[in-house]
Write a protein that binds this ligand. Structure first.
Ligand code: E4P
Length: 217
């Protein structure tokens, strides 16, 4: 399973990269705004800085909601760096844009996916990644993880190559359960990734090892 970090914060991206397990980054307009990045040229510059840190894919989202606008923006984004994956919302023009990008060898991440039907359309259009938002489904008392399972079943029925990128991860157990289901990728805040490290028996075991070592000095 690939690990992406879901942030536009350069310190967090660096920290995850230094851990040696980072496969990519996803951003969205809200995450950019959270870092105080605004204005087209600043946003493009920030994407370049992210690309300079990571080795893998960097999802950069279009703002347009019409086909022509998405194509124009997507071309600018994908020309910026070969690591960029154009993030396109799951709307009618978005599906058309994904098909266009797929025909022109531009990689895409279909975002804001909340149903199997939407995931099916994304795969049919040739999306590189599909991003079901599990946390936001959980927030409205739906089962986000079950959606990952259902998309996996449907994609395997037809051997679709679109990778399932579990997004809107809220906690460490989301990551573990996505791995059990067989999601291709998770994108997560740093905190939930670091949560994978923790176990009280590791902490107490290490403390004992070190105190026993020090007794023998
Ligand atoms: C996906 O790529 C999105 O950026 C993200 O996972 C959304 O997560 P949220 O629901 O925590 O905003």
């Amino acid at each position: 399973m690939k690990f992406f970090i879901d942030t536009a914060n350069l310190n967090e991206i660096n920290e995850a990269h230094d851990l040696g397990i980072l496969d990519g980054v996803t951003t969205n307009p809200s995450l950019m705004a959270k870092e105080g990045i605004s204005g087209d040229s600043n946003i493009l510059k920030h994407y370049s800085e992210i690309c300079n840190i990571v080795d893998g894919d960097v999802s950069a989202e279009v703002i347009s909601t019409d086909f022509d606008g998405m194509i124009r923006e997507g071309k600018i984004l994908s020309d910026l760096n070969s690591k960029i994956v154009v993030k396109v919302p799951m709307i009618k023009d978005g599906v058309k844009a994904i098909k266009y990008f797929s025909n022109h060898n531009i990689r895409t991440n279909c975002t804001l996916v909340f149903s199997v039907g939407q995931a099916l359309l994304a795969a049919k259009a040739g999306a590189t990644y599909v991003s079901p938002f599990i946390g936001r489904l959980d927030d409205i008392s739906n089962d986000g993880l079950n959606l990952i399972k259902e998309i996996k079943d449907v994609y395997s029925n037809y051997n679709y190559q679109t990778e399932i990128l579990a997004a809107s991860i809220r906690n460490t157990m989301h990551i573990i359960n996505c791995a059990k289901i067989g999601a291709d990728v998770i994108t997560s805040p740093l905190e939930s990734i670091l949560g994978l490290l923790s176990h009280p028996l590791t902490d107490s075991g290490l403390e004992k090892f070190l105190s026993d070592y020090n007794k023998g000095k």
